[in-house]
Ligand binder design. Structure first.
Ligand code: CA
Ligand code: CA
Ligand code: CA
Ligand code: CA
Ligand code: CA
Length: 370
């Protein structure tokens, strides 16, 4: 009897081993990986991560962690949160030391973003939106600012895009209206308005649909200028007007494609817009050479340079999907701000672990942020 159950156990486990092998082939044992390492060696500006988070709960060979979002807690900066998706399972909240505060098993949350100042049932919260691939929906969560805790899912907005993928929130600086942009793998986009005007609950309204011709992922909105930035994986970084009634003409950022910039090696993945010393910048993760490109934004957008995150107290960072950058505030240990990166290959010594996120003090990039 024991023998029989053991053989069934072995049998049932076989397909999983095969899947792990396939994942390993896709992720590591490839000419693409070797080429990315070779190209990374051509990037000279190198920094080391300051913190790494707990590993997400997944197999070490799974592509699991994906996208972070930073919440700056104005009342208690030391209780700020870093949200991070596990695209196989849900959404994590980590503290500034990288320890898990809580985990919401909300489904396959791919990307995440947040905005402060959301009024819901008579109280002000942080609104959190995640692209949920289990439901093909936009999942909404809150951060309770008093307890500095991420809540359970409060609503799911069913999306009509091909397969939800990238997501970002946008809060109109003038009207204070909240919007969420979501895209699908086919390049289709939806823009939804979200409000909680009455005490009964949330209202959603789709305000715009548009599309691009190849696969987009990263999205980031600059509330102050009503601009939506899009990373289109194999074509560059584009910007367009985020206002719901604006036309959808897109303009490519100069030097954001491979033909005009040797440091751009597709895919382009996570993007974030941030301010540093009163100047606005955009950072993008460039998966094809395990690096990050920085653009100065203004009347004329320009490429400033690229950097990489190498081994130090923690392992270096490779094949980053999502990233987020925040420079305002007064975070303990991160005086000039913080940048958070998904790490596609999280090593502890020589051992490959399940994926996690790395934090970087933004001041380490000050010579690039000119
Ligand atoms: Ca990945
Ligand atoms: Ca994000
Ligand atoms: Ca990708
Ligand atoms: Ca790594
Ligand atoms: Ca590590």
């Amino acid at each position: 009897m024991l023998f029989l159950s053991l053989s069934i156990w072995a049998c049932n486990n076989k397909p999983e081993v095969k899947e792990a092998e396939r994942n390993a082939e896709a992720r590591e044992d490839s000419a693409k990986y070797a080429e990315a390492v070779r190209l990374q060696s051509l990037i000279s500006f190198a920094v080391e991560a300051d913190v790494e988070t707990d590993n997400v709960l997944a197999d070490s060979l799974d592509d699991s962690a994906d996208d972070p979002a930073i919440w700056y807690n104005t009342a208690k900066p030391e209780l700020s949160l870093i949200l991070g998706t596990n695209k196989k399972a849900g959404l994590y909240a980590f503290d500034l030391s990288g320890k898990t505060k809580n985990f919401i098993p909300a489904g396959k949350i791919n990307n995440v973003d947040l905005r402060d100042g959301f009024n819901f049932k008579g109280k002000e919260y942080v609104l959190v939106a995640g692209s949920n691939r289990s439901l093909n929906a936009i999942s909404l969560f809150l951060i309770d600012k008093d307890s500095a805790m991420l809540t359970d899912t409060i609503a799911n907005i069913p999306s009509g895009v091909s397969e939800v993928y990238g997501i970002c929130l946008y809060k109109n600086a003038k009207t204070k209206a909240f919007y969420v942009f979501v895209n699908g793998k086919e390049g289709d986009f939806e823009q939804w308005e979200i409000n909680a005007e009455n005490t009964k609950g949330l209202n959603f309204k789709m305000v715009r649909k548009f599309g691009v011709s190849s696969q987009p992922e990263a999205l980031a909105a600059d509330d102050a200028t009503n601009t939506l930035y899009l990373g289109v994986e194999e074509s560059g970084i584009f910007k367009m007007n985020a206002l719901p009634d604006a036309d959808t003409t897109m303009t490519r950022l100069a030097q954001s494609d491979t033909s005009s910039n040797k440091n751009i090696a597709y895919d382009i993945e996570g993007i974030s817009v941030f301010e540093y010393n009163n100047q606005k910048y955009l950072m993008a993760s460039i998966q094809g050479n395990f690096s990050y490109a920085i653009y100065k934004l203004g009347n004329e957008d320009s490429y400033l340079g690229s950097f990489k995150i190498v081994n130090g107290s923690f392992d270096g960072v490779e094949e980053t999907d999502g990233l987020d950058v925040l420079s305002v505030g007064n975070l303990p240990n991160f005086p000039g701000g913080i940048a958070v990166f998904q790490d596609g290959f999280n090593h502890d010594g020589k051992q490959l672990k399940s994926q996690n996120f790395k934090y970087l003090s933004l001041d380490k990039l000050k010579d690039l942020l000119k």
